[in-house]
Design a protein around this ligand. Sequence first.
Ligand SMILES: [Fe+2]
Length: 485
Amino acid sequence: MKYSFISYGSSNITPGAPADYDLFTRDGRVAVTKGEPLSPAIAGLLRSHSLFRLCADLSVQTDVYRNSKLFESKDYLAAELAVEESLHSLERHEGIDLRALQRHDPYTFRHSLNVGRLSYLIGKHINLPDLVLEQIVLGALLHDIGKLTVPADLLKKTGRLLPEEYVLIKTHPINGFLKLQEVDLPPEVTRIVQQHHERWNGQGYPLGLQGEQIHPYAQIVGIADVFDALISARSYRPAIPPYHALEIIIKLRNRDFSPNIVSCLLDAVTLYPPNCLIHLNTGELGKVISYDKNFPTRPRVLVNSESSPDNPLVLDLQHDAEHFIQVIEYTGERNLKILIVDDEQECANALADAIAPAGHHCRVFCSSAQALNQYNVIWPDLVITDVRMPEMDGLTLLKNIRDIDGTARVVLNTGYGDMITVIEAINAGAYGFFLKPVEIPEVMKLLQKAQADLDSLHSRQIIKEALLDENIQLKQQLEQLTIAN
Ligand SMILES: [Fe+2]
């Protein structure tokens, strides 16, 4: 992700005042985390414009988990399946309506799914038993259910919260906990909901629990909650690159989180996968050789030197304040997430089996209504659907999916007699068609096109971010010139 540093922009730079943002040094190290009181030295640095906050484009919503490859794709897929299973079990549970949260505040619903996946990955990494993982994922999915009692406008508010508004938002863990007392759930699950904002130093809420008084499952969900919030774009601040988010969390070790939980998160995340390319602030390109997990933004980098291309340089960014990482580019084959919908399970399974060897992940649904219901949980890259199905035909499914996601890629399997459907499907935005019986080489060709389309979409997003970033810098320069004159 392309990002830039901009000036603090707060009028309150008095020692002791809480920082309004996470603040970084020019070389990208975290100096102060949001809410931490400003020391006299930090206030001095702010006045001399030596500390900055991060800025990125809010309108660009990239899927950070998929684009940054923070986790092995098979592990991430297992986490997605675990979350879907728990979501199903909650949908069967009387008295719990997580979809109401989706209608109330779509961000919180999406965030809850991400926190479920992250919590699963952390728990799996430390070999927690399946039953424990199930409880953690359930608790993670429900952790913010109490936000149903907070007005939606307040949850989406872009400006600074008034003290009374903050008090109202802080009621959500206890309200969620109380609501779940009415339903039959394991106590561990409701403890997660109640305690996910408790902090290691006792400064959290609602109970002010401290250290090991906080339930360990709530500690896992609590750190996943903060990590996902940091790397997601919000209405009031941009997404933070994952490596900076980890640095912020490291800074919160012993304050907000136990050292053990921080280590678990650091171990679960793959920050620099082997095929990633580093763009340094100097314009040089490099590859990460190794890094100390306590200093994730300062790896050892092998840099291609223009003056002597045969002798690449090794830079240790921990001891080199001149260089810092500007962009991480992730290369390599993109595996697609594909939803296959067909009321004839055998046909759907045969197609999935034919596609799987190419490394793509297929999910099969025999019910079109169920596929539609799960669309915005799975967010597939591509949907391949049969046309004639009893519950909802493929064309209606296409239209419904495009209502949820205007960029959805939906391919229809049509028979010779479906020409009218084909014309209607083109108008409804179908991505392609397969004529039955489906020829696998045709399918693979279309999957390659989808991969190429996704890659170019990602590149366009990077370019857009870079242009907006330049725009921000130009505006800043203009502001400074205006002040100087
Ligand atoms: Fe929360």
